[in-house]
Design a protein around this ligand. Structure first.
Ligand SMILES: O=C(O)c1cc(=O)[nH]c(=O)n1[C@@H]1O[C@H](COP(=O)(O)O)[C@@H](O)[C@H]1O
Length: 233
């Protein structure tokens, strides 16, 4: 039976705040995420410090020409992240360049490349405004196939596409799923959401949760409660 783990997004303005959250939630989280806010403020030190608690998911969502993305992956790999995000919409050559750069960075401990499909903040109307017709599920499936064929190790999608991706692409892709909200929590700026229980049932490998944990009165308790909700299988 597939187990779904909790990744906590440490979206903090400084390392002291992030390390406080990391210490509180580490007993309930299998991965900790360093994203654009923390990485922009603290750089590589954030990855190195957080990695002393749990493997780090370094979410920088690279999206550039293949040569530049490959160079960025080469520069980030020595920090030791378990995962690095890129945008699948950069196209197959970009995804392949990221994968090759990660492999060249070496060994079994190489960073894994996660391809972001359609951001969880984007609804059908916004997607159509950007020129993409057909709706999020169709676009996510298109980008998921493209990214996996080009060598991505896994995919980031919203809770709404976990079941469709499993139907279309099977059990192999690692699925990492933000936009998760416990019943009754505010959606904030997330558009395509579902509960932890639903996402685990549909076959996600990891959920990514930030504010419902970090902005809770007791982040450790909030992380524990979400981790419990994942044990539905
Ligand atoms: O790549 C991501 O992690 C990501 C992709 C996506 O489509 N949507 C998304 O919300 N994320 C990240 O997941 C986290 C969600 O945070 P909360 O909305 O606070 O739970 C943030 O750190 C986002 O940067």
């Amino acid at each position: 039976m597939r187990r779904c783990g909790l990744c906590v997004a440490l979206d903090a303005p400084d390392l002291a705040t992030a390390e406080g959250w990391a210490d509180a939630v580490a007993p309930h989280a299998g991965l900790l995420k360093v994203g654009l806010e923390l990485f922009s403020a603290e750089g590589g030190a954030a990855v190195r410090r957080i990695a002393t608690r749990r493997p780090v998911f370094l979410d920088v969502k690279l999206h550039d020409i293949p040569n530049t993305v490959a160079g960025a992956v080469r520069s980030l790999a020595p920090l030791g992240p378990a995962w690095i995000t890129i945008h699948a919409a950069g196209g197959p050559a970009m995804v392949e360049a990221a994968r090759k750069a990660a492999e060249a960075a070496g060994g079994v401990a190489r960073p894994r490349i996660l391809a972001v499909t359609v951001l969880t903040s984007i609804d059908a109307a916004t997607l159509s405004e950007t020129g993409v017709s057909g709706g999020p599920v169709q676009q996510v499936l298109r980008l998921a196939r493209l990214a996996m064929a080009a060598g991505a190790d896994g995919l980031v999608c919203s809770p709404r596409e976990v079941a469709p991706i499993r139907d279309a692409l099977g059990e192999l892709p690692v699925l990492v799923v933000p936009g998760v909200r416990p019943a009754g929590s505010a959606a904030d700026d997330q558009a395509r959401t579902a509960t932890p229980e639903q996402v685990a049932r549909d076959g996600a490998d990891w959920i990514v949760v930030g504010r419902p944990i970090t902005q809770a009165a007791d982040p450790a308790e909030a992380a524990w409660s979400i981790a419990q909700a994942l044990r539905v299988n």
